[in-house]
Design a binder for this molecule. Structure first.
Ligand SMILES: Nc1ncnc2c1ncn2[C@@H]1O[C@H](COP(=O)(O)OP(=O)(O)O)[C@@H](O)[C@H]1O
Ligand SMILES: [Mg+2]
Length: 152
């Protein structure tokens, strides 16, 4: 993507993170899978909120940590599936939630916090995947280093 042409990361304030989410929202569509990784508090859920805002999700986006999956409809004619793998104990749990149907259907935009905990689930889906890594920056609580990798 243009913004990241010269380097694959940016140091991002909250406002810039919102803009980055907008750029990415403009480049995704049904079937896109966004894998969000980074430590607790690094900004994964915040990023999902920004994407939700740009997709014009009407509900308030909450962290799905306890529920593992939240589903939202949007004003932009796509559904948004928000997973958090942090508390997923085994693949069966994901199966029961319909994860595989959602992934195979190629419908909706799928965002997954802590996706790398079950990375192999995405083997063979590279074309649909955008990896986003969130890192803390030393001595700056208001910025994050954000790395974006993928087909955008
Ligand atoms: N530059 C930034 N980008 C994203 N989040 C930021 C940034 N600066 C501060 N924050 C704040 O950091 C917190 C990240 O929390 P959250 O998104 O819940 O993290 P995670 O889901 O990764 O555990 C939010 O309160 C958010 O407002
Ligand atoms: Mg979170």
């Amino acid at each position: 993507m243009k913004l990241l042409m010269f380097k694959d990361y940016i140091n991002s304030s909250l406002e810039e993170t919102k803009k980055l989410a907008q750029l990415i929202t403009e480049r995704i569509s049904n079937g896109s899978i966004l894998l969000l990784n980074g430590d607790l508090g690094s900004g994964k859920t915040q990023f999902v909120r920004f994407i939700a805002e740009h997709l014009e999700v009407l509900d308030i986006v909450t962290s799905p940590s306890f529920l593992i999956l939240n589903k939202y409809s949007t004003e932009k004619n796509v559904d948004m599936f928000h997973f958090d793998f942090y508390r997923v104990k085994n693949i069966q749990e994901l199966e029961d939630l319909g994860f595989f149907e959602i992934i195979e259907s190629n419908e909706g935009i799928v965002l997954i916090e802590w996706a790398d905990l079950y990375r192999n689930l995405f083997d063979g889906k590279e074309k649909r995947i955008i990896d986003i890594y969130f890192n803390f920056i030393e001595d700056n609580i208001n910025q994050r280093e954000i790395v974006v990798k993928g087909n955008i």
